[in-house]
Design a protein around this ligand. Structure first.
Ligand code: NA7
Length: 545
Protein backbone atom coordinates (compact mmCIF):
# COMPACT_ATOMS: atom_id res chain seq x y z
CA UNK A 1 0.00 0.00 0.00
CA UNK A 2 1.24 3.49 -0.72
CA UNK A 3 2.48 5.63 2.16
CA UNK A 4 0.72 8.69 3.56
CA UNK A 5 3.52 11.28 3.46
CA UNK A 6 1.98 14.72 3.12
CA UNK A 7 2.64 16.46 -0.14
CA UNK A 8 4.16 13.52 -1.95
CA UNK A 9 2.63 12.42 -5.23
CA UNK A 10 3.16 8.73 -5.54
CA UNK A 11 3.07 6.52 -8.58
CA UNK A 12 0.40 4.02 -7.76
CA UNK A 13 -0.50 0.46 -7.96
CA UNK A 14 -4.17 0.76 -7.01
CA UNK A 15 -5.03 -0.63 -3.61
CA UNK A 16 -7.84 -3.17 -3.91
CA UNK A 17 -10.57 -2.97 -1.29
CA UNK A 18 -14.23 -3.94 -1.22
CA UNK A 19 -15.41 -0.41 -0.49
CA UNK A 20 -14.12 3.14 -0.51
CA UNK A 21 -15.86 5.62 1.75
CA UNK A 22 -15.18 9.30 1.16
CA UNK A 23 -15.31 11.38 4.34
CA UNK A 24 -14.78 10.64 8.04
CA UNK A 25 -17.58 12.62 9.66
CA UNK A 26 -20.65 11.14 11.35
CA UNK A 27 -21.54 9.36 8.07
CA UNK A 28 -18.16 7.94 7.12
CA UNK A 29 -17.29 6.67 10.59
CA UNK A 30 -20.51 4.74 10.97
CA UNK A 31 -20.38 3.52 7.36
CA UNK A 32 -16.95 2.02 7.99
CA UNK A 33 -18.15 0.32 11.16
CA UNK A 34 -21.24 -1.04 9.43
CA UNK A 35 -19.42 -2.31 6.34
CA UNK A 36 -16.90 -4.08 8.54
CA UNK A 37 -19.81 -5.78 10.32
CA UNK A 38 -21.15 -6.79 6.91
CA UNK A 39 -17.79 -8.45 6.23
CA UNK A 40 -16.28 -5.91 3.85
CA UNK A 41 -12.76 -4.62 3.71
CA UNK A 42 -13.29 -0.86 3.51
CA UNK A 43 -11.13 2.24 3.60
CA UNK A 44 -12.12 5.81 4.46
CA UNK A 45 -10.43 8.68 2.63
CA UNK A 46 -10.64 12.00 4.48
CA UNK A 47 -9.32 15.41 3.39
CA UNK A 48 -8.94 16.71 6.95
CA UNK A 49 -6.03 15.99 9.24
CA UNK A 50 -8.45 14.48 11.74
CA UNK A 51 -11.82 12.73 11.81
CA UNK A 52 -15.03 14.65 12.53
CA UNK A 53 -16.16 16.16 9.22
CA UNK A 54 -18.29 19.23 9.94
CA UNK A 55 -17.06 19.24 13.52
CA UNK A 56 -13.45 19.06 12.42
CA UNK A 57 -13.69 22.10 10.13
CA UNK A 58 -16.22 24.42 11.83
CA UNK A 59 -14.16 25.61 14.81
CA UNK A 60 -15.37 29.20 14.77
CA UNK A 61 -16.14 30.83 18.13
CA UNK A 62 -19.51 29.68 19.42
CA UNK A 63 -19.84 26.73 17.01
CA UNK A 64 -22.42 24.49 18.57
CA UNK A 65 -24.98 21.95 17.40
CA UNK A 66 -28.59 23.11 17.24
CA UNK A 67 -30.06 19.71 18.17
CA UNK A 68 -29.89 18.52 21.79
CA UNK A 69 -26.76 16.42 22.37
CA UNK A 70 -28.51 13.30 23.58
CA UNK A 71 -30.45 13.28 20.30
CA UNK A 72 -27.50 14.36 18.17
CA UNK A 73 -25.51 11.23 18.88
CA UNK A 74 -25.33 7.74 17.50
CA UNK A 75 -28.06 5.38 18.64
CA UNK A 76 -26.74 2.20 17.04
CA UNK A 77 -24.52 1.03 19.87
CA UNK A 78 -25.41 0.55 23.51
CA UNK A 79 -21.69 0.97 24.28
CA UNK A 80 -21.72 4.51 22.97
CA UNK A 81 -24.45 5.59 25.35
CA UNK A 82 -21.69 5.78 27.96
CA UNK A 83 -20.78 9.22 26.58
CA UNK A 84 -21.47 12.00 29.08
CA UNK A 85 -22.61 15.21 27.36
CA UNK A 86 -21.81 18.23 29.46
CA UNK A 87 -24.21 20.71 27.87
CA UNK A 88 -27.67 20.67 26.44
CA UNK A 89 -26.36 21.82 23.04
CA UNK A 90 -22.74 20.62 22.90
CA UNK A 91 -20.11 22.90 21.44
CA UNK A 92 -17.72 21.97 18.65
CA UNK A 93 -14.80 20.82 20.86
CA UNK A 94 -17.03 18.35 22.70
CA UNK A 95 -18.58 17.05 19.47
CA UNK A 96 -15.12 16.52 18.03
CA UNK A 97 -14.03 14.68 21.19
CA UNK A 98 -17.11 12.48 20.85
CA UNK A 99 -16.30 11.58 17.25
CA UNK A 100 -12.65 10.91 18.16
CA UNK A 101 -13.97 8.65 20.91
CA UNK A 102 -16.17 6.79 18.41
CA UNK A 103 -13.18 6.29 16.09
CA UNK A 104 -11.16 4.86 18.98
CA UNK A 105 -13.99 2.84 20.53
CA UNK A 106 -14.47 0.84 17.32
CA UNK A 107 -10.83 0.77 16.22
CA UNK A 108 -11.75 2.69 13.08
CA UNK A 109 -8.51 4.60 12.61
CA UNK A 110 -6.55 1.77 11.05
CA UNK A 111 -8.79 2.01 7.97
CA UNK A 112 -8.95 5.81 7.77
CA UNK A 113 -6.46 7.72 5.61
CA UNK A 114 -6.33 11.33 6.80
CA UNK A 115 -5.06 14.35 4.83
CA UNK A 116 -6.23 12.50 1.73
CA UNK A 117 -8.48 14.51 -0.56
CA UNK A 118 -10.33 12.53 -3.20
CA UNK A 119 -10.16 14.08 -6.66
CA UNK A 120 -11.93 11.53 -8.83
CA UNK A 121 -14.06 8.40 -8.81
CA UNK A 122 -14.47 6.61 -12.15
CA UNK A 123 -16.56 3.51 -12.83
CA UNK A 124 -15.08 0.70 -14.88
CA UNK A 125 -18.16 -0.95 -16.33
CA UNK A 126 -16.42 -4.11 -17.59
CA UNK A 127 -14.80 -4.81 -14.24
CA UNK A 128 -17.72 -3.40 -12.18
CA UNK A 129 -15.19 -1.52 -10.10
CA UNK A 130 -14.74 2.08 -9.03
CA UNK A 131 -11.29 3.66 -9.23
CA UNK A 132 -10.97 6.40 -6.65
CA UNK A 133 -7.94 8.71 -6.91
CA UNK A 134 -6.56 11.19 -4.41
CA UNK A 135 -4.74 14.48 -4.63
CA UNK A 136 -1.54 12.69 -3.71
CA UNK A 137 -1.80 10.33 -6.65
CA UNK A 138 -2.99 7.29 -4.70
CA UNK A 139 -5.61 5.05 -6.28
CA UNK A 140 -8.08 2.57 -4.84
CA UNK A 141 -10.18 0.01 -6.72
CA UNK A 142 -13.42 -0.99 -5.07
CA UNK A 143 -16.73 -2.64 -5.89
CA UNK A 144 -18.61 -0.17 -3.73
CA UNK A 145 -18.08 3.55 -3.33
CA UNK A 146 -19.89 5.55 -0.66
CA UNK A 147 -19.85 9.33 -0.71
CA UNK A 148 -20.07 10.40 2.93
CA UNK A 149 -19.00 13.90 1.95
CA UNK A 150 -21.46 15.93 4.02
CA UNK A 151 -24.23 18.35 3.10
CA UNK A 152 -22.45 21.47 4.31
CA UNK A 153 -18.80 20.82 3.51
CA UNK A 154 -17.98 22.98 0.53
CA UNK A 155 -17.44 26.46 2.01
CA UNK A 156 -18.69 29.37 -0.03
CA UNK A 157 -16.69 32.57 -0.33
CA UNK A 158 -18.77 35.28 -1.99
CA UNK A 159 -17.59 36.77 -5.25
CA UNK A 160 -16.86 40.20 -3.75
CA UNK A 161 -14.30 42.27 -5.65
CA UNK A 162 -11.06 43.07 -3.94
CA UNK A 163 -10.66 40.15 -1.54
CA UNK A 164 -7.02 40.12 -2.60
CA UNK A 165 -6.72 43.86 -1.84
CA UNK A 166 -7.67 43.58 1.83
CA UNK A 167 -4.55 44.12 3.93
CA UNK A 168 -5.88 42.61 7.14
CA UNK A 169 -6.57 39.01 8.05
CA UNK A 170 -9.67 37.19 6.87
CA UNK A 171 -11.25 33.89 7.82
CA UNK A 172 -14.14 31.67 6.72
CA UNK A 173 -16.09 30.18 9.62
CA UNK A 174 -15.87 26.71 8.02
CA UNK A 175 -12.06 26.83 7.75
CA UNK A 176 -11.25 28.26 11.13
CA UNK A 177 -7.62 28.03 12.30
CA UNK A 178 -7.06 25.14 14.72
CA UNK A 179 -5.55 27.33 17.43
CA UNK A 180 -8.38 29.90 17.24
CA UNK A 181 -8.11 33.61 16.54
CA UNK A 182 -7.60 36.38 19.09
CA UNK A 183 -9.62 39.46 18.12
CA UNK A 184 -8.74 41.41 21.26
CA UNK A 185 -8.44 45.11 20.48
CA UNK A 186 -9.28 44.61 16.80
CA UNK A 187 -11.91 46.11 14.56
CA UNK A 188 -13.72 43.12 13.08
CA UNK A 189 -16.29 42.67 10.30
CA UNK A 190 -18.60 39.67 10.16
CA UNK A 191 -20.25 39.13 6.78
CA UNK A 192 -23.27 36.83 6.98
CA UNK A 193 -26.02 36.26 9.52
CA UNK A 194 -26.90 32.59 9.08
CA UNK A 195 -26.26 30.11 11.85
CA UNK A 196 -22.46 30.51 11.81
CA UNK A 197 -22.67 34.32 11.96
CA UNK A 198 -25.35 34.28 14.65
CA UNK A 199 -23.36 31.87 16.83
CA UNK A 200 -20.03 33.67 16.46
CA UNK A 201 -21.14 37.33 16.60
CA UNK A 202 -21.88 37.47 20.38
CA UNK A 203 -18.49 35.96 21.20
CA UNK A 204 -16.49 38.06 18.75
CA UNK A 205 -18.31 41.16 20.08
CA UNK A 206 -17.00 40.43 23.58
CA UNK A 207 -13.41 40.31 22.32
CA UNK A 208 -13.21 42.87 19.58
CA UNK A 209 -12.70 46.59 20.04
CA UNK A 210 -15.45 47.10 17.46
CA UNK A 211 -17.63 44.71 15.51
CA UNK A 212 -19.48 45.59 12.32
CA UNK A 213 -22.01 43.04 11.10
CA UNK A 214 -22.98 43.05 7.43
CA UNK A 215 -26.46 41.57 7.08
CA UNK A 216 -28.02 40.73 3.71
CA UNK A 217 -31.00 38.74 5.00
CA UNK A 218 -32.16 38.85 8.60
CA UNK A 219 -32.66 35.35 10.00
CA UNK A 220 -35.26 34.08 12.45
CA UNK A 221 -33.27 33.14 15.54
CA UNK A 222 -34.62 31.46 18.65
CA UNK A 223 -32.87 31.45 22.03
CA UNK A 224 -31.11 28.13 22.62
CA UNK A 225 -31.43 28.29 26.41
CA UNK A 226 -28.24 26.29 26.41
CA UNK A 227 -26.98 25.22 29.83
CA UNK A 228 -24.89 22.64 31.57
CA UNK A 229 -26.82 19.45 32.14
CA UNK A 230 -27.88 18.98 35.74
CA UNK A 231 -26.41 16.07 37.70
CA UNK A 232 -28.53 13.00 36.93
CA UNK A 233 -30.36 14.67 34.02
CA UNK A 234 -28.54 12.69 31.36
CA UNK A 235 -28.95 9.45 33.33
CA UNK A 236 -32.68 10.05 33.40
CA UNK A 237 -32.71 10.57 29.63
CA UNK A 238 -30.54 7.52 29.07
CA UNK A 239 -32.93 5.43 31.15
CA UNK A 240 -35.54 6.27 28.52
CA UNK A 241 -33.26 6.01 25.52
CA UNK A 242 -35.18 3.16 23.82
CA UNK A 243 -38.42 5.19 23.67
CA UNK A 244 -36.68 8.47 22.91
CA UNK A 245 -34.62 7.00 20.08
CA UNK A 246 -37.66 5.27 18.68
CA UNK A 247 -39.57 8.54 18.62
CA UNK A 248 -36.66 10.34 16.94
CA UNK A 249 -36.24 7.64 14.30
CA UNK A 250 -39.89 7.70 13.31
CA UNK A 251 -40.72 11.38 13.76
CA UNK A 252 -40.73 14.19 11.20
CA UNK A 253 -37.53 15.95 12.23
CA UNK A 254 -35.62 13.11 13.92
CA UNK A 255 -35.69 14.63 17.40
CA UNK A 256 -37.25 12.88 20.34
CA UNK A 257 -38.61 15.77 22.35
CA UNK A 258 -40.07 18.01 19.66
CA UNK A 259 -43.84 18.06 19.86
CA UNK A 260 -45.43 17.59 16.45
CA UNK A 261 -48.71 19.47 16.48
CA UNK A 262 -51.60 17.72 14.77
CA UNK A 263 -54.08 20.59 14.97
CA UNK A 264 -54.44 23.77 12.94
CA UNK A 265 -53.34 27.06 14.47
CA UNK A 266 -56.49 28.53 12.95
CA UNK A 267 -58.60 26.44 15.34
CA UNK A 268 -56.84 28.02 18.32
CA UNK A 269 -57.65 31.42 19.80
CA UNK A 270 -55.04 34.18 19.65
CA UNK A 271 -54.39 33.68 23.38
CA UNK A 272 -53.96 29.94 23.01
CA UNK A 273 -51.51 30.39 20.12
CA UNK A 274 -49.58 32.99 22.06
CA UNK A 275 -49.28 30.61 24.98
CA UNK A 276 -48.05 27.77 22.76
CA UNK A 277 -45.47 30.03 21.08
CA UNK A 278 -44.33 31.45 24.45
CA UNK A 279 -43.79 27.95 25.84
CA UNK A 280 -41.71 26.95 22.83
CA UNK A 281 -39.73 30.20 22.98
CA UNK A 282 -39.01 29.52 26.65
CA UNK A 283 -38.00 25.91 25.93
CA UNK A 284 -35.44 26.86 23.28
CA UNK A 285 -35.65 24.38 20.41
CA UNK A 286 -34.87 24.72 16.73
CA UNK A 287 -37.93 23.03 15.29
CA UNK A 288 -40.52 23.64 17.99
CA UNK A 289 -42.20 26.62 16.33
CA UNK A 290 -42.18 24.95 12.91
CA UNK A 291 -43.98 21.86 14.20
CA UNK A 292 -46.12 23.65 16.82
CA UNK A 293 -49.19 23.40 14.59
CA UNK A 294 -49.61 21.19 11.58
CA UNK A 295 -50.06 24.11 9.20
CA UNK A 296 -47.10 26.40 10.04
CA UNK A 297 -45.30 25.32 6.87
CA UNK A 298 -48.38 25.08 4.65
CA UNK A 299 -50.51 28.11 5.45
CA UNK A 300 -49.00 31.57 5.05
CA UNK A 301 -51.52 33.11 7.47
CA UNK A 302 -50.44 30.74 10.21
CA UNK A 303 -46.81 31.18 9.28
CA UNK A 304 -47.19 34.96 9.55
CA UNK A 305 -48.49 34.51 13.10
CA UNK A 306 -45.29 32.70 14.04
CA UNK A 307 -43.16 35.28 12.22
CA UNK A 308 -44.98 38.15 13.99
CA UNK A 309 -44.38 36.46 17.32
CA UNK A 310 -40.61 36.23 16.68
CA UNK A 311 -40.45 39.82 15.40
CA UNK A 312 -42.18 40.93 18.59
CA UNK A 313 -39.51 39.19 20.64
CA UNK A 314 -36.72 40.87 18.66
CA UNK A 315 -38.27 44.29 19.32
CA UNK A 316 -38.49 43.47 23.03
CA UNK A 317 -34.77 42.60 23.22
CA UNK A 318 -33.10 45.19 20.99
CA UNK A 319 -33.00 48.69 22.52
CA UNK A 320 -32.55 50.76 19.38
CA UNK A 321 -35.85 50.62 17.42
CA UNK A 322 -34.14 51.19 14.09
CA UNK A 323 -31.66 48.34 14.64
CA UNK A 324 -34.51 46.14 15.87
CA UNK A 325 -36.48 46.75 12.68
CA UNK A 326 -33.45 45.89 10.55
CA UNK A 327 -32.99 42.66 12.52
CA UNK A 328 -36.64 41.66 11.97
CA UNK A 329 -36.82 39.10 9.15
CA UNK A 330 -39.29 39.98 6.43
CA UNK A 331 -40.26 38.89 2.97
CA UNK A 332 -40.07 35.15 3.46
CA UNK A 333 -41.91 32.62 5.60
CA UNK A 334 -40.67 31.53 9.00
CA UNK A 335 -38.86 28.19 8.66
CA UNK A 336 -38.42 28.41 4.89
CA UNK A 337 -34.85 29.51 5.55
CA UNK A 338 -33.31 27.40 8.27
CA UNK A 339 -34.00 29.11 11.62
CA UNK A 340 -31.03 29.57 13.96
CA UNK A 341 -30.59 28.85 17.65
CA UNK A 342 -28.74 31.64 19.38
CA UNK A 343 -27.18 32.57 22.66
CA UNK A 344 -27.34 36.31 23.28
CA UNK A 345 -27.44 37.24 19.59
CA UNK A 346 -30.06 40.00 19.60
CA UNK A 347 -28.83 41.50 22.88
CA UNK A 348 -25.38 41.83 21.32
CA UNK A 349 -26.74 44.77 19.31
CA UNK A 350 -27.28 46.66 22.59
CA UNK A 351 -23.50 46.82 23.04
CA UNK A 352 -21.74 50.08 22.26
CA UNK A 353 -19.05 48.38 20.19
CA UNK A 354 -21.45 46.63 17.76
CA UNK A 355 -22.99 48.07 14.60
CA UNK A 356 -25.31 46.52 12.06
CA UNK A 357 -24.94 47.42 8.39
CA UNK A 358 -27.88 46.36 6.24
CA UNK A 359 -26.64 45.30 2.80
CA UNK A 360 -29.96 43.94 1.55
CA UNK A 361 -30.51 46.81 -0.84
CA UNK A 362 -26.97 48.14 -1.12
CA UNK A 363 -24.73 45.09 -1.56
CA UNK A 364 -21.11 45.11 -0.47
CA UNK A 365 -19.34 46.84 -3.39
CA UNK A 366 -15.85 45.60 -2.74
CA UNK A 367 -13.15 45.09 -0.19
CA UNK A 368 -10.46 47.74 -0.03
CA UNK A 369 -7.05 47.47 1.61
CA UNK A 370 -8.62 48.86 4.78
CA UNK A 371 -12.06 47.35 4.94
CA UNK A 372 -15.49 46.79 3.48
CA UNK A 373 -17.02 49.29 1.06
CA UNK A 374 -20.83 49.69 1.00
CA UNK A 375 -22.68 52.50 -0.75
CA UNK A 376 -19.45 54.45 -1.14
CA UNK A 377 -18.65 54.25 2.59
CA UNK A 378 -15.51 52.44 3.64
CA UNK A 379 -15.94 50.54 6.93
CA UNK A 380 -12.39 50.21 8.21
CA UNK A 381 -11.56 46.91 9.89
CA UNK A 382 -8.51 44.87 10.88
CA UNK A 383 -10.08 41.46 10.25
CA UNK A 384 -13.00 40.02 8.27
CA UNK A 385 -14.97 36.90 9.13
CA UNK A 386 -16.87 35.37 6.23
CA UNK A 387 -19.83 33.51 7.72
CA UNK A 388 -21.13 33.08 4.20
CA UNK A 389 -22.15 29.44 4.16
CA UNK A 390 -21.75 26.55 1.78
CA UNK A 391 -22.41 25.21 -1.66
CA UNK A 392 -24.84 22.92 0.12
CA UNK A 393 -25.77 19.32 -0.60
CA UNK A 394 -24.11 19.06 -4.02
CA UNK A 395 -20.93 21.15 -3.60
CA UNK A 396 -18.74 18.47 -2.11
CA UNK A 397 -19.85 15.95 -4.77
CA UNK A 398 -19.32 18.43 -7.61
CA UNK A 399 -15.77 18.99 -6.35
CA UNK A 400 -14.95 15.36 -7.23
CA UNK A 401 -14.73 14.22 -10.84
CA UNK A 402 -17.32 11.43 -10.60
CA UNK A 403 -17.85 9.41 -13.78
CA UNK A 404 -20.31 6.56 -14.12
CA UNK A 405 -21.25 4.30 -17.00
CA UNK A 406 -19.99 5.43 -20.44
CA UNK A 407 -17.82 8.04 -18.69
CA UNK A 408 -20.78 10.32 -17.97
CA UNK A 409 -20.00 12.81 -15.24
CA UNK A 410 -22.30 13.39 -12.29
CA UNK A 411 -21.81 17.14 -12.80
CA UNK A 412 -23.20 16.80 -16.31
CA UNK A 413 -26.10 14.63 -15.22
CA UNK A 414 -26.97 17.09 -12.44
CA UNK A 415 -26.44 20.23 -14.48
CA UNK A 416 -30.12 21.19 -14.09
CA UNK A 417 -30.25 20.04 -10.46
CA UNK A 418 -29.56 16.82 -8.58
CA UNK A 419 -31.43 13.70 -9.71
CA UNK A 420 -31.48 10.79 -7.28
CA UNK A 421 -33.57 7.86 -6.24
CA UNK A 422 -34.30 8.33 -2.51
CA UNK A 423 -31.21 10.53 -2.27
CA UNK A 424 -29.26 7.28 -2.18
CA UNK A 425 -28.20 6.72 -5.78
CA UNK A 426 -28.27 8.24 -9.23
CA UNK A 427 -28.94 6.10 -12.34
CA UNK A 428 -25.84 5.54 -14.44
CA UNK A 429 -23.62 5.34 -11.34
CA UNK A 430 -23.88 1.72 -10.18
CA UNK A 431 -22.69 0.85 -6.68
CA UNK A 432 -22.15 4.53 -5.86
CA UNK A 433 -24.12 5.43 -2.75
CA UNK A 434 -24.69 8.86 -1.24
CA UNK A 435 -25.19 9.35 2.50
CA UNK A 436 -27.77 12.06 3.18
CA UNK A 437 -27.76 12.97 -0.51
CA UNK A 438 -30.07 15.46 -2.21
CA UNK A 439 -33.56 13.98 -2.28
CA UNK A 440 -33.27 12.63 1.27
CA UNK A 441 -34.50 14.33 4.48
CA UNK A 442 -30.94 15.17 5.61
CA UNK A 443 -30.68 18.86 6.53
CA UNK A 444 -34.38 19.17 7.40
CA UNK A 445 -33.86 16.68 10.21
CA UNK A 446 -31.48 15.74 12.98
CA UNK A 447 -28.58 14.75 10.72
CA UNK A 448 -27.39 11.92 12.94
CA UNK A 449 -30.73 10.12 12.80
CA UNK A 450 -30.88 10.55 9.02
CA UNK A 451 -27.29 9.40 8.62
CA UNK A 452 -27.89 6.26 10.67
CA UNK A 453 -30.92 5.41 8.56
CA UNK A 454 -28.94 5.83 5.33
CA UNK A 455 -25.86 3.97 6.51
CA UNK A 456 -27.93 1.02 7.73
CA UNK A 457 -29.94 0.90 4.52
CA UNK A 458 -26.78 1.03 2.36
CA UNK A 459 -25.02 -1.67 4.41
CA UNK A 460 -28.12 -3.90 4.22
CA UNK A 461 -28.32 -3.38 0.47
CA UNK A 462 -24.65 -4.26 -0.03
CA UNK A 463 -25.01 -7.29 2.24
CA UNK A 464 -28.08 -8.42 0.30
CA UNK A 465 -26.20 -8.05 -2.99
CA UNK A 466 -23.14 -9.94 -1.78
CA UNK A 467 -25.20 -12.83 -0.45
CA UNK A 468 -26.76 -13.25 -3.89
CA UNK A 469 -23.66 -12.79 -6.03
CA UNK A 470 -24.91 -9.42 -7.27
CA UNK A 471 -22.02 -7.28 -8.55
CA UNK A 472 -23.91 -4.13 -9.48
CA UNK A 473 -26.80 -2.26 -7.86
CA UNK A 474 -28.15 0.67 -9.82
CA UNK A 475 -31.21 2.89 -9.51
CA UNK A 476 -33.41 2.92 -12.60
CA UNK A 477 -34.09 6.17 -14.44
CA UNK A 478 -37.79 5.65 -13.99
CA UNK A 479 -37.51 5.22 -10.22
CA UNK A 480 -35.43 8.35 -9.85
CA UNK A 481 -37.72 10.36 -12.13
CA UNK A 482 -40.72 9.38 -10.00
CA UNK A 483 -38.80 10.15 -6.81
CA UNK A 484 -37.69 13.59 -8.01
CA UNK A 485 -41.32 14.38 -8.89
CA UNK A 486 -42.41 13.28 -5.44
CA UNK A 487 -39.71 15.37 -3.74
CA UNK A 488 -40.85 18.40 -5.76
CA UNK A 489 -44.54 17.76 -5.07
CA UNK A 490 -43.91 17.56 -1.33
CA UNK A 491 -41.84 20.75 -1.19
CA UNK A 492 -44.26 22.62 -3.48
CA UNK A 493 -47.04 21.92 -1.01
CA UNK A 494 -44.97 23.66 1.67
CA UNK A 495 -43.73 27.22 1.93
CA UNK A 496 -40.05 26.50 1.24
CA UNK A 497 -39.99 27.83 -2.30
CA UNK A 498 -40.99 31.32 -1.06
CA UNK A 499 -37.48 31.99 0.26
CA UNK A 500 -34.13 32.24 -1.51
CA UNK A 501 -32.07 29.74 0.41
CA UNK A 502 -29.29 27.23 0.20
CA UNK A 503 -31.97 24.51 0.29
CA UNK A 504 -32.72 25.72 -3.24
CA UNK A 505 -29.14 26.48 -4.26
CA UNK A 506 -30.01 30.18 -4.36
CA UNK A 507 -26.85 31.26 -2.49
CA UNK A 508 -24.49 30.02 -5.22
CA UNK A 509 -24.40 32.09 -8.42
CA UNK A 510 -25.42 29.96 -11.42
CA UNK A 511 -26.59 26.98 -9.36
CA UNK A 512 -29.90 25.57 -10.61
CA UNK A 513 -32.81 26.42 -8.33
CA UNK A 514 -34.15 23.09 -7.19
CA UNK A 515 -35.37 22.29 -3.70
CA UNK A 516 -32.85 19.62 -2.73
CA UNK A 517 -33.83 17.95 0.56
CA UNK A 518 -36.88 15.72 0.95
CA UNK A 519 -39.45 17.50 3.10
CA UNK A 520 -41.77 14.55 3.73
CA UNK A 521 -40.28 13.79 7.16
CA UNK A 522 -37.82 11.18 8.36
CA UNK A 523 -40.41 8.67 9.57
CA UNK A 524 -42.31 8.58 6.28
CA UNK A 525 -39.06 8.44 4.33
CA UNK A 526 -37.78 5.56 6.44
CA UNK A 527 -40.97 3.59 5.74
CA UNK A 528 -40.53 4.17 2.03
CA UNK A 529 -36.89 3.00 2.08
CA UNK A 530 -37.83 -0.08 4.13
CA UNK A 531 -40.60 -0.95 1.67
CA UNK A 532 -38.17 -0.63 -1.26
CA UNK A 533 -35.74 -3.02 0.45
CA UNK A 534 -38.49 -5.45 1.47
CA UNK A 535 -39.61 -5.64 -2.16
CA UNK A 536 -36.13 -6.84 -3.20
CA UNK A 537 -34.84 -3.31 -3.86
CA UNK A 538 -37.70 -2.10 -5.97
CA UNK A 539 -36.52 0.60 -8.40
CA UNK A 540 -32.97 -0.75 -8.53
CA UNK A 541 -31.49 -3.14 -11.10
CA UNK A 542 -29.41 -5.86 -9.45
CA UNK A 543 -26.93 -7.47 -11.83
CA UNK A 544 -25.46 -10.88 -10.99
CA UNK A 545 -21.75 -11.45 -11.64
P1 NA7 B 1 -25.83 30.23 5.77
O1 NA7 B 1 -26.97 29.87 6.61
O2 NA7 B 1 -25.89 29.92 4.31
O3 NA7 B 1 -25.56 31.79 5.98
C1 NA7 B 1 -24.71 32.51 5.15
C2 NA7 B 1 -24.93 33.97 5.38
O4 NA7 B 1 -24.01 34.71 4.56
C3 NA7 B 1 -26.33 34.44 4.98
O5 NA7 B 1 -26.75 35.38 5.92
C4 NA7 B 1 -26.08 35.06 3.62
O6 NA7 B 1 -27.04 36.00 3.24
C5 NA7 B 1 -24.74 35.71 3.86
N1 NA7 B 1 -24.04 36.06 2.63
C6 NA7 B 1 -23.59 35.25 1.66
N2 NA7 B 1 -23.00 35.95 0.69
C7 NA7 B 1 -23.07 37.26 1.06
C8 NA7 B 1 -22.65 38.48 0.47
N3 NA7 B 1 -22.05 38.51 -0.72
N4 NA7 B 1 -22.91 39.62 1.14
C9 NA7 B 1 -23.54 39.60 2.33
N5 NA7 B 1 -23.96 38.48 2.93
C10 NA7 B 1 -23.73 37.32 2.30
O7 NA7 B 1 -24.48 29.55 6.30
P2 NA7 B 1 -24.05 29.24 7.79
O8 NA7 B 1 -22.65 28.76 7.75
O9 NA7 B 1 -24.37 30.36 8.68
O10 NA7 B 1 -25.00 28.08 8.21
C11 NA7 B 1 -25.14 26.91 7.41
C12 NA7 B 1 -25.84 25.85 8.16
O11 NA7 B 1 -24.93 25.28 9.09
C13 NA7 B 1 -26.98 26.27 9.02
O12 NA7 B 1 -28.18 26.37 8.39
C14 NA7 B 1 -27.02 25.16 10.05
O13 NA7 B 1 -27.62 24.04 9.48
C15 NA7 B 1 -25.60 24.85 10.25
P3 NA7 B 1 -28.37 35.51 2.42
O14 NA7 B 1 -29.21 34.81 3.45
O15 NA7 B 1 -27.89 34.56 1.36
O16 NA7 B 1 -28.95 36.74 1.89
Amino acid sequence: MSSNLAGSREATVPTRVDAVIVGAGFSGLYMLHKLRETGLNAVVLEAGDGVGGTWYWNRYPGARVDVEGFDYSYSFSADLQEWEWSERYPAQPELLRYLDHVADRFGLRRDIRLSTRVTSAHYDEAATLWTVCTERGQAYRATWCVMATGCLSSAQLPAIDGIGDFAGEWFHTAHWPVGGVDFTGKRVAVIGTGSSGIQSIPIIAEQAARLTVFQRTAAFAIPARNRDLEPGELDELKAHYPELRDRARHGIVGMSRIAEGSTSALDATADQRQQVFEEIWAAGTLSGLTTSYRDVMTDRTVNDQVADFVRGKIREIVDDPDTAERLCPRGYPFGAKRPCLHTGYYATYNRDNVRLVDVSENPIERLSARGVVVGGTEHEVDAIVFATGFDAMTGSLAAIDIRGRSGRTLRDKWSAGPITYLGLQSAGFPNLFLVAGPGSPSVLTNMVMSIEQHVEWIADCIGYARERGVVAVEATERAERDWVHHVNDVSNALLYSEASTWYLGANVPGKPRVFMPYAGGLGAYRKRCDAVAAAGYDGFVLTAG
